[in-house]
Design a protein around this ligand. Structure first.
Ligand code: BGC
Ligand code: ZN
Length: 371
């Protein structure tokens, strides 16, 4: 069957003929892949900057943002059945008995670094016609979400982050936006850095949770992202025309920054604008571009004097996938056109190299593996 594969040692990427997977345990399911999203991580792997093939293979099948349809299940599978739409989680546990995170099924917090990730690290991914997976790694997506279900995985990045945020803000004796059951509190202001898919989906999740949201992104001319941002009741401020000081003046005291650009320069500029008791969440993985100058005394002073928290977040556990699926449904009922317009291009698998080479003008490119 066809698969998009990266050969890091040969610096080559192409469609290969990959053996079709079969069920090897009664708790596995076999899926026909429908769609696979392309993100910055994939483009880094396609550029040979990141990604590791499975042991003994000279290539890695790419793709970790999937939507597929179950075609066959093992005898002991009970969570999914043939015909179900599913999204698989990405990370698999490390083998070490001492890693309490992985032993608890929370490999998103792995201590050893020996976890694997489908389509990224030592495990083949989803940009291929059929895949096999343990049922515990599968999450059922309702049929109504067929068109946008491939956005589940990028949304899980926001889901995990917002859960971490709400845990950190438990330190405040009053409710922050998004906290249920603490009574009246403070309506919080969030700044989202970046208007790519992770930023836009994060902005939607923050709006749904009741935050006032300002999206700060490079270009003033991005009509699509601008349109989506205003449709969800958020504000768009372009870095091209507004400094971070102007951003802070417009956004008001910033309670949360959700960073989704993977550029450290702008991130550390914006840290200085974080308000009292604010939380700064990093989700981007910057490429190495050499040292930049930052005033560390200033930043450290503000972090201490303002009780600020700086938090990194990666990957996501199964319950964040469940939350993402539920929230994607809520987004579709509230902002149907805006959600659909996040996916700006679809490519057949034979043309997958195109979105893997460059992000293109739109927000999210998706490889359509089968219909
Ligand atoms: C994926 C995560 C993964 C991370 C680091 C991201 O693009 O969405 O699942 O953990 O890359 O490899
Ligand atoms: Zn990704």
């Amino acid at each position: 069957m066809k698969a998009v594969a990266v050969f890091p040692s040969r610096r080559e990427i192409r469609v290969v003929d990959h053996p079709e997977p079969k069920l090897t345990s009664p708790t596995e399911a076999r899926m026909r892949v429908l769609e696979v999203g392309v993100c910055g991580t994939d483009r880094e792997i396609a550029g040979f900057q990141y990604g590791t093939p499975p042991d003994g293979s000279d290539y890695l099948v790419i793709g970790h943002e999937s939507l597929s349809e179950v075609v066959e299940v093992g005898a002991q599978v009970s969570k999914v059945k043939a015909g179900d739409l599913v999204v698989a989680t990405v990370r698999r546990p490390c083998p070490h008995a001492s890693c309490v995170a992985c032993r608890e099924g929370r490999q998103d917090f792995c201590y050893t670094g020996d976890y694997t990730e489908r389509g990224i690290k030592r495990r083949h991914g989803f940009m291929t016609e059929f895949i096999v997976e343990e049922e515990r790694y599968l999450n059922v997506v309702p049929r109504e979400l067929r068109e946008v279900g491939v956005l589940t995985e990028p949304l899980t990045i926001a889901e995990k982050s917002l859960e971490q945020l709400s845990m950190v803000q438990q330190r405040l004796p009053w409710a922050c936006t998004g906290d249920a059951g603490k009574g009246p509190g403070r309506r919080c202001r969030a700044v989202v850095l970046g208007a790519g898919p992770v930023g836009i989906l994060g902005a939607m999740a923050l709006r749904l949770a009741g935050f006032e949201v300002t999206v700060y992104s490079r270009s003033a001319g991005h009509a699509e992202q601008n349109g989506i941002v205003s449709a969800i009741g958020a504000r768009y401020i372009a870095a091209e025309t507004h400094s971070v000081e102007e951003l802070a003046a417009a956004a008001g005291p910033i309670d949360v920054v959700y960073e989704a650009v993977g550029a450290s320069g702008v991130a550390f500029e914006v840290i200085k604008q974080l308000g009292p008791n604010g939380v700064f969440i990093f989700t981007g993985v910057p490429g190495r571009k050499g040292p930049i100058e930052v005033d560390t005394d200033d930043i450290m002073r503000d972090v201490v004097l303002n009780n600020q928290a700086l938090l990194g977040s990666v990957n996501a556990p199964p319950h964040s996938f469940q939350a993402a699926i539920a929230h994607l449904g809520a987004f579709v009922s509230r902002w149907p056109d805006a959600v659909r317009s996040i996916i700006t291009a679809r490519f057949p698998i034979d043309q997958a190299l195109e979105p893997l080479a460059a992000p293109g003008a739109g927000t999210k490119s998706v490889v359509q593996v089968s219909l």
